[in-house]
Design a binder for this molecule. Structure first.
Ligand SMILES: C[S@@+](CC[C@H](N)C(=O)[O-])C[C@H]1O[C@@H](n2cnc3c(N)ncnc32)[C@H](O)[C@@H]1O
Length: 167
């Protein structure tokens, strides 16, 4: 899977996401500008000593990132208020999961242009504006991996596990 963080601002969030990417062998795309330096102590601490195991790429802006995508790349835009629940999407191994900036979220225009790929994580309290970015990455990434039978666990690239349908 590919995880894309658009203009991340808070070092521990990016560090946590890097750790998730290392553990799941996902590729992390970081789109500038960042709200921190890449040698930030908190970034390193949250990512622990996992950074060396992360396949990550840095892009100067959205256009630079989008311009290099393979022709058939499938992008999912994860943002609150989306028309579909994330668990209703059918994920493929090379899909890109795109997440927004902590203070501003994903640009409205990007979301409106991709309404059929805009997924929300349900929230149950109207007082809650949004969830934490790294929690969102964990939820959607593991749903995508669950749908693929958690293939590749511990380097086993075989058939994967039989996952019973949720009732
Ligand atoms: C802290 S949120 C963005 C701030 C938010 N727009 C606000 O109103 O303050 C950072 C990112 O986490 C993800 N996110 C947070 N809550 C979400 C939800 N309920 N559904 C889908 N994505 C969510 C999105 O990718 C979002 O861009």
């Amino acid at each position: 899977m590919h995880i894309v963080l658009v203009e991340p601002e808070i070092p521990p969030n990016t560090g946590n996401v890097a750790r998730l990417c290392a553990a799941t062998r996902s590729t992390l795309h970081l789109i500038e500008p960042f709200g921190f330096q890449l040698d930030d102590v908190q970034l390193k601490r949250a990512g622990m000593d996992y950074w060396q195991h992360v396949r990550w790429l840095r892009w100067p802006n959205w256009v630079g990132f989008a311009g290099q995508l393979p022709r058939h790349a499938r992008l999912w835009f994860i943002e609150s208020s989306g028309p579909r629940l994330y668990a209703q999407a059918s994920f493929q191994p090379d899909d890109y999961l795109v997440f927004g900036r902590e203070t501003a979220g994903l640009p409205k225009r990007l979301l409106e242009e991709n309404r059929d790929r805009w997924l929300r994580i349900p929230m149950f309290n109207p007082e809650a504006r949004s969830l934490n970015l790294s929690n969102c990455v964990a939820l959607v990434l593991f749903e995508a991996l669950r749908q693929q039978g958690f293939r590749g666990e511990f380097g086993d690239l075989g058939a994967g596990h039989e996952i019973p349908e949720a009732r």
